[in-house]
Design a protein around this ligand. Structure first.
Ligand SMILES: [Zn+2]
Length: 241
């Protein structure tokens, strides 16, 4: 039993954080890692928002306005604690954190992965890729595809125009910012046509980026587009229709 528990802990936390007690991993102490709010309970099947009680299959917002993607799952809530390692992967070259996040997604999105034909990351625009040198979503998607034995499509989807950062924008501002920003390039349609695609990103806020990607994949013939992210905000602002 102890070995089993230990195995579960290793899956979730970097082992060095557990062993060292106060040792740091991903810039977080073991105590900080333990404050991560996992979304292990009942969630909305559409957007992955945690339910206080099991209320039904989809939340009111998803019932009122179905999303362009089919289902979304997040490993944890995006808050002060989870924000730190996520931003480190995004902006501080901490690509060593990506396999850990991939394991989190492997657990949180296991139902979606089991039904996926292919895994694709939300792409960066080439100019941003050049300055950052890596796409954090791809860093997570690649090991996730490898460990789950699902085909990996690193370039099925491209960002055809450089968009402003989504940070600080309202829900409708975010939607306008990414509308039509993504496409499946001519010649790559066969990679997604008739496929169930799992789209991977680091954070889900309003869902505007994921929806824009899902529309592009579906117009190229994808049968279904699910979304798996490391963290999501608890309440999606700007959902009013
Ligand atoms: Zn929902």
């Amino acid at each position: 039993m102890r070995a089993l528990w230990r195995g579960a802990l290793d899956l979730i936390f970097p082992p060095q954080a557990i062993d060292g007690g106060a040792a740091m991993a991903g810039g977080l102490s073991a105590g900080a890692w333990s404050r991560i709010q996992w979304l292990d309970g009942p969630v909305c099947d559409g957007c992955g928002v945690p339910f206080e009680y099991e209320l039904g299959v989809r939340c009111a917002a998803c019932l009122a306005r179905p999303r362009a993607f089919d289902r979304a799952r997040a490993a944890c809530l995006y808050d002060e604690t989870s924000r730190e390692p996520i931003l480190k992967l995004k902006h501080a070259d901490r690509t060593d954190l990506a396999p850990l996040f991939a394991r989190w997604l492997g657990r949180a999105a296991r139902e979606l992965i089991a039904e996926a034909d292919a895994i694709a990351p939300v792409p960066l625009h080439p100019s941003r890729l050049l300055s950052r040198r890596y796409n954090q979503a791809a860093e997570i998607a690649r090991p996730l595809a490898r460990m789950s034995g699902v085909a990996y499509l690193p370039d099925a989807l491209v960002r055809r125009r450089a968009t402003d950062t989504q940070g600080g924008k309202s829900g409708s501002g975010r939607k306008r910012n990414v509308a039509g920003a993504f496409e499946v390039p001519p010649g790559r349609g066969a990679q997604v046509a008739g496929k169930r695609v799992l789209l991977v990103d680091d954070v889900l806020t309003t869902g505007a980026t994921a929806e824009s990607c899902a529309r592009a994949l579906k117009s190229a013939g994808a049968l279904r587009v699910d979304v798996a992210v490391v963290a999501r905000v608890k309440e999606i602002a700007g959902l009013a229709i």
